[in-house]
Design a binder for this molecule. Structure first.
Ligand code: OGA
Ligand code: MN
Length: 298
């Protein structure tokens, strides 16, 4: 029997009674998918998944993406992005060390942005009995619904540009500032010209309609949105600052504290997320992510 327990006010639910390492019949899968789209973020505790099982479950939601940063892929499993602070025996990072520094949704800068991501926790840092490295999730449907009518009106038909290059430069700047403070600096991977060409800027609606549920959410994020199209830089800056702050107000957020064995998935169409870098080696954090491709934005 599958049970769905809502946790956050606007998003986030725990699904229990399912072992994802076992064959999953269509009826159970349909219930999971419904719980997922209704709740925007869902998680299952105490899962024991091989890479192949993680990939197979994810595939039921659609085609998987192999991340543009090849160095962060799990060897033998190109669809798995390793998200970790762990270094290998040559002191090379085993995965992406800086995923989620800013509020974002995954691959929002692609023509076919991600539908959802599934993150599986293998190692979670714990200090003095407290788990570190939480992830926060914000519902952009709840944020949109809470806007005053005049603002909803104003945003109608408005577009914004999502840019991988903008994101990379922003990340670089953050690294420089961290270095200047004597803070945590992570290895950066340069994308080749060819890789950069595979992620050109895209212009997409500020208010996006969910391809499955039809709900409206704000599709603007601080990591990837370079500007609002068709307005002055000042207006764009003002509007972005307003929207990005509005989306991440506490009432629209579910904060997940990880345990090893958690498989958590979020809806990239209407949820933004952000990592918490409150741990460092020797405390290890190791997660595997699969990323489901979504449709081009209509
Ligand atoms: C991601 C991501 C945040 C985290 O995997 O897409 O942003 O807390 N992760 O690991
Ligand atoms: Mn992410």
């Amino acid at each position: 029997m599958i049970t769905v327990t809502r946790i956050g006010k606007h998003l986030g639910a725990e699904i229990s009674g399912v072992d994802l390492s076992k064959p999953l019949d269509n009826n159970t899968f349909t219930q999971i998918a419904k719980a997922f789209f209704d709740n925007e973020v869902v998680f299952l505790r105490n899962q024991k998944l091989t890479e192949a099982q993680h990939v197979a479950f994810s595939r039921r939601f659609g085609e998987l993406e192999a991340h543009v940063r090849k160095e962060s892929r799990k060897p033998g499993f190109p669809e798995i992005l390793v998200v970790s602070n762990v270094l290998d025996e040559h002191d090379k990072p085993v995965g992406s060390q800086d995923a989620g520094r800013f509020w974002h949704s995954d691959l929002s800068y692609k023509k076919e942005p991600s539908l959802c991501s599934l993150l599986y926790a293998i190692e979670v840092p714990v200090k003095d009995g407290t788990a570190l490295g939480d992830t926060q999730f914000a519902s952009t449907t709840a944020a949109y619904e809470a806007l005053p009518d005049e603002m909803k009106q104003r945003l109608r038909g408005m577009k914004n540009v999502h840019s991988y290059v903008y994101y990379r430069n922003k990340n670089r700047q953050a690294q420089k500032e961290a270095a200047a403070r004597g803070g945590r600096v992570v290895t950066e991977y340069e994308l080749s010209e060819e890789q950069l060409k595979s992620v050109p800027d895209v212009e997409v609606p500020v208010v996006r309609t969910h391809p499955v549920t039809g709900r409206k959410g704000l599709f603007v994020n601080e990591a990837h949105t370079s500007h609002v199209a068709g307005v002055s830089k000042e207006e764009s800056d003002r509007l972005l600052a307003f929207l990005c702050r509005h989306i991440v107000q506490p009432e629209f957020i579910y904060r997940h504290t990880w345990r090893p064995g958690d498989l958590l998935m979020w809806d990239n169409c209407v949820v933004q997320h952000k990592a918490t870098f409150d741990y460092d080696l020797p405390l290890r954090r190791l997660m595997y992510r699969t990323t489901v491709r979504g449709p081009a934005i209509a």
